[in-house]
Design a protein around this ligand. Structure first.
Ligand code: DMJ
Length: 504
């Protein structure tokens, strides 16, 4: 009774925070049951990978073989390490660790994506290190990061997006016309900063922070950058602006580097840039007719396109996560928008015959949402947002939505030898690929959706864009965002004095 009364009192004082308190003190029998089901799904996916594709990047479940879509770096295995650990699948984790220690070889004559290798492999390894404390993971992370570093040797410091892992020669893909991609260039900060913090070698952090310095020099008033940036000039090319493919995680990382550094003065610029981008974000939001679903437009020049990728469904989670950094008023506004957008994303799933979302949607007047590209490749973004919203609001509706999505995956995507995507969410015709992010992200977020909030607490961990939790470590270092050291130090001192903080 006393606890209940205290809880009621807290509810009155802290409003939204109550969801968090509830989920710490309660482990609901239904939650236990549901997370066991998700764990069983992970076991099925993992066992299939172990049986048919061990050491390969990904499993093709229909043909029951492995393929090396990332250069033969064991992408699924590395991407799965932390999920196995968090779910308590210790024997499986142990076997995977031995493979990392004895067989993972990065000396490959292969043109790797800097972005994909960073978020899956560097991120996966550092997360496994943070969770298990086993040094083999950090040594391997350092090995692959050293091979990626020459990609940043450009006149502007904006990286080339492809690099040969054995020889270190870097370039951009031909189809970008020589440009670098925004998300590919601005989503390595979390992993490389984490690596510097854990190895005491500043070079990783310095390299990736130069990118932010460069982008900050000409950051627009609405904080929205085109998806192509020229690595010679360091400025944006004329191109689409989007929170979907090729733009998404650049914005995500502005917020998360601030969280990773424990929101100190040393990372304040990231939060400022993120808040600037959120002003631009608001200008992209429109509503459908007749049902008034909120959606995020893409922008080409001055005009908005009524199109949204499922990939952009990470944004409700990002808004919810960032909402608490605003003062009252704005904080509620962003959280409310996050909830509205999550409802839209959930309806991307609910509106199809298979109850799985297509890759993108169009919004025509009077028709609400229409699926465009109709495949589903087991993507995580919507369940990721549901996870954040559940943690932040404590509203069980988000668990129900997540459970419904999980059941649709079970019904349509599960086969005897793993999980596959759908070529078409209207017909349910299956593809032949178990994407590594299904184990790294989709199943992990679903598991955490039904776990107490003390499991990977958002006060202690920040997830990279591939759902690898990295420990939050207070940033005390001096960051030079394009100012001289003296100027920068003075600026930090002035801000600190204003905020009553010490920076020495
Ligand atoms: C993942 O590799 C990451 O979440 C990335 O940021 C976007 N695409 C996939 C999942 O859809």
């Amino acid at each position: 009774m006393r606890l209940q009364n205290m809880l009621e009192e807290l509810k009155n004082i802290h409003g939204n925070a109550i969801g968090k308190i509830n989920s710490v003190v309660q482990d609901d029998p239904m939650d236990i049951l549901r997370r066991e089901k998700v764990k069983e799904a992970m076991l099925h996916a993992w066992s299939s990978y172990e049986k048919y594709a061990w050491g390969f990047d990904e499993l093709q479940p229909q043909s029951m073989n492995g393929v090396n879509s990332f250069g033969g770096l064991g992408a699924t295995l590395v991407d799965s390490l932390d999920t196995l650990y968090i779910m308590g699948l210790h024997e499986q984790f142990q076997r995977a660790k031995e493979w990392v220690a004895n067989s993972l070889d990065f000396n490959k004559d292969y043109d790797a994506s800097v972005f994909e290798t960073t978020i899956r492999v560097v991120g996966g390894l550092i997360s496994a290190y943070d969770l298990s404390g086993d040094k083999v993971f950090i040594e391997k992370a350092r090995d692959i990061a050293d091979r990626l570093l020459p990609a940043w040797n450009t006149p502007s410091g904006i990286p080339y997006n492809i690099i040969n892992l054995a020889h270190g020669n870097a370039h951009n893909p031909g189809w970008t016309g020589g440009d670098s991609i925004l998300a590919d260039s601005g989503s390595e900060q979390l992993e490389f900063i984490a690596l510097s913090q854990r190895t005491d070698e500043p070079k990783y952090q310095q390299t990736v922070e130069k990118v932010i310095t460069e982008l900050n020099k000409s950051f627009p008033a609405d904080g929205l950058l085109p998806i192509y940036i020229n690595p010679e000039r360091g400025s944006g090319s004329y191109a689409t602006i989007t929170f979907g493919a090729m733009g998404d995680s650049f914005y995500e990382y502005l917020l998360k580097v601030w969280i990773q550094g424990n929101k100190t003065l040393h990372v304040k610029l990231y939060r400022e840039m993120w808040e600037t981008s959120m002003k631009g974000f608001l200008s992209l939001v429109r509503r459908t007719t007749p049902s008034s679903f909120a959606y995020i437009c893409e922008k080409n020049g001055d005009s908005l396109a009524d199109k949204m990728d499922e990939l952009a469904c990470f944004a409700p989670g990002m808004l919810a996560l960032g909402s608490s950094g605003y003062g009252p008023g704005d904080s509620e506004k962003f959280l409310k928008l996050a909830e509205e957008l999550a409802w839209t994303c959930y309806n991307f799933y609910q509106s199809t015959p298979t109850k799985l979302a297509g890759e993108n949607y169009f919004f025509h007047a009077g028709e609400d949402m229409t699926v465009g590209t109709s495949w589903n490749i087991l993507r995580p973004e919507t369940v990721e947002s549901l996870f954040y919203l559940w943690r932040i609001t404590g509203n069980r509706t988000y668990q129900e939505w997540g459970w419904n999505i999980f059941q649709a995956f079970e019904k349509n995507s599960r086969i005897e030898s793993g999980y596959v995507g759908l070529k078409d969410v209207n017909t349910g015709v299956k593809d032949n690929m178990m994407q590594s992010f299904f184990l790294a992200e989709t199943l992990k977020y679903l598991y955490l959706l039904f776990s107490p909030s003390s499991v990977i607490s958002l006060d202690e961990w920040v997830f990279n864009t591939e759902a690898h939790p990295l420990r939050i470590m207070t940033r005390q270092d001096r960051v030079n965002f394009g100012k001289s050291d003296v100027q920068h130090k003075t600026k930090i001192r002035i801000r600190a004095r204003k905020e009553g903080l010490s920076v020495e």
